[in-house]
Design a protein around this ligand. Sequence first.
Ligand code: ATP
Length: 270
Amino acid sequence: VRARVMQVEHEPEVAYEDIGGISEQIDEVRETVELPLTSPGRFDAVGIDPPSGVLLHGPPGTGKTMLAKAVANQTEATFIKMAGSELVHKFIGEGAKLVRDLFELARQHEPAVLFIDEIDAIAAKRTDSKTSGDAEVQRTMMQLLSEMDGFDDRGEISIIAATNRFDMLDRAILRPGRFDRLIEVPKPDLEGREMIFRIHTRSMNVADEVDFEQLAEDTENASGADIKAICTEAGMFAIRDDRQTVTREDFENAWEKIDDDEESDGDEIS
Ligand code: ATP
């Protein structure tokens, strides 16, 4: 059962070049997560500790998971992912046990990048509403923080957490020695969107008339995940039409479709 909720991938195939529009964030992740793994001596020499944990925050589908995978790829580390929601359990002690198992798994796979998605599920501010299980969720979070504390020697495990709901977080997890490096991963701007279109069409058969700059202008507010979906959908239009080349119209239809789908989803957050 445990193995099912923890995703393990050795050197995932995501490179920094596959991530568009967030080069500053890439640089920051490289400096704070990659450098301590590849050159721990540089931190020792200066006499500072690398950050304990990095928290990526921003809207869904902006590349947070990709970033964590790219670090694992670059450092030849194992990528271990678990969603915070999977750590929420009814039974007393179950969440804490899973956290211990998660760190044990990471130790077995050193060097490892431990990615905890939806950290808000176990680290939300306490509200007045007395949800049953609140205390259990809190214990799970305490276990996570205590596992992080246990890394005196720093070992070869990097911890990256992510959330789409930064304002909901209990500020206690952001204290020094915990998730003490925050990196905001925003939706892409115009230039970023164009880059992401180019990335996701690299292996597509696209007509010369397709203007990525124009597409980027037309898709304001699209996330990286939306752009990826647009490219796939555009390809589907071509297939349905029995064509091998994807045209400008295919992209336009695809965006219309995806934009509509999103609107009917309301502002539900995944
Ligand atoms: P969530 O918060 O929903 O988990 P996320 O920020 O972790 O989202 P990813 O899982 O990294 O998002 O992105 C989903 C997919 O969208 C990626 O596999 C990729 O195909 C595409 N994508 C997202 N952001 C980018 C980007 N900046 N550049 C290229 N592709 C992107």
